[in-house]
Design a protein around this ligand. Structure first.
Ligand SMILES: [Zn+2]
Ligand SMILES: [Zn+2]
Ligand SMILES: [Zn+2]
Length: 369
């Protein structure tokens, strides 16, 4: 658990207020001497995170930065307390008694369990699962410190699961939290609870979703109208996501002519250009997922230059944010598309198998990115 925000004007150990220096690890706490620091270390080592736990007006508990972060900086990593895998592994619990958790994928059972047994409010429960109680849909990782981070529709950070390198046995999952914008000391750390498609809705629609799933009234800068230069872009993104969805589900895709693919490619290029330059709200995966759609269309249109461009934009976002899951997705798609490099060069229109490979079989496409 992060240190609790206090005035921080006295030594954590002896309470003196002279000759203080900050803990270099977290900047969240001060000591008068190395001796006092050593004495507190057995306690503080579990709390040595560059964030402070505090009451945030209108939101309950939240985390604020104890120092400045640049875009892409790692804020902290955390080992999961609970992992819930809807695909058969069941619930794995670390640091909690498994007997006390229901072995159920039923959202309603999970909901009442969380509320009654774990004593979580609806809002905290929603935070824990980012609103998604349909556990069969995907794996859920619960990190107790990251669980304290509040939602914003224009978040300044993002979290992602880290690949575990060890083999054998049941590995504890880890998550990382990274700044996706610059964050100044004292600023609240926020993430976006909405998923990709939801974070492309209009402000009014988004508010309804937040109310329905998370049962809270979002007061972020987007919802209160302080940020309005993003509204048109969000509509553009929403339209883009719909087009991509439609293409994927229309049977006439096999009859597309080169000109149709060309048009699709140009439309997506335009969208990616605008969004990559100007869009800064919602989920960090939004633009990379449009890049993937752009790259696929370029493959179909036999346009290697634009395909490269799509992947370059994706790569830059992965590098700038430093998020491992984005880097891994990038590597995945680079290989996925690379398998059809010969067909791309051939300049012949794509055959049925190639269209199916890109638009019917892609495992990630089913779940967004
Ligand atoms: Zn002291
Ligand atoms: Zn520290
Ligand atoms: Zn909001």
């Amino acid at each position: 658990m992060p240190e609790i925000a206090t005035e921080r004007i006295s030594c954590r150990t002896c309470d003196t207020s002279v000759g203080l220096s900050r803990c270099a690890g977290c900047h969240a706490i001060s000591y008068c001497s190395a001796q006092c620091q050593r004495k507190d270390w057995p306690r503080h080592k579990h709390n040595c995170l560059p964030v402070l736990l505090t009451e945030v007006q209108g939101k309950g508990r939240g985390l604020v930065a104890s120092k400045d972060f640049k875009k892409g900086d790692l804020i902290f990593t955390e080992t999961a307390a609970i992992s819930v895998d809807g695909f058969g592994e069941g619930i794995q619990v670390w640091g909690a008694d498994p007997k006390n958790l229901p072995m159920s994928n039923d959202p309603m059972i999970m909901k009442s369990f969380m509320n009654q047994v774990m004593g979580l409010s609806d809002r905290e429960r929603a935070k824990l699962f980012e609103g998604d109680l349909n556990l069969a849909r995907r794996e859920k990782i619960i990190c107790l410190d990251m669980f304290l981070i509040n939602h914003s529709c224009a978040p300044n950070s993002a979290k992602g699961v880290l690949e575990t390198k060890e083999t054998g046995g049941k590995n504890k999952k880890k998550m990382e939290l990274r700044a996706i914008k610059s964050i100044v000391k004292g600023e609240e750390i926020t993430i976006c609870y909405l998923d990709k498609t939801e974070s492309a809705l209009t402000p009014a629609e988004m508010k309804t979703v937040l109310q329905d799933i998370f049962e809270f009234d979002c007061q972020c800068d987007v919802c209160t109208g302080k940020i309005c230069d993003q509204d048109d872009l969000r509509l553009l993104l929403d339209a883009g996501l719909r087009t991509v969805h439609d293409i994927r589900h229309q049977s006439s895709i096999y009859d597309f002519k080169q000109n149709d693919w060309k048009k699709e490619t140009l439309m997506l290029e335009n969208l990616v250009n605008i969004l990559a330059m100007q869009y800064y709200i919602g989920r960090v995966e939004n633009i990379p997922s449009m890049c993937v759609a752009f790259a696929f269309a370029a493959q179909m249109a036999r346009d290697p230059v634009r395909l490269q461009k799509a992947m370059d934009v994706f790569k830059k976002i992965a590098e700038d944010t430093g998020l491992e899951f984005l880097k891994l997705k990038y590597d995945f798609y680079e290989k996925f598309i690379g398998q059809w490099a010969a067909e791309l060069k051939s300049m012949k229109p794509p055959a049925v198998e190639e269209i199916e490979y890109f638009y019917r079989s892609n495992p990630h496409a089913m779940n967004g990115l």
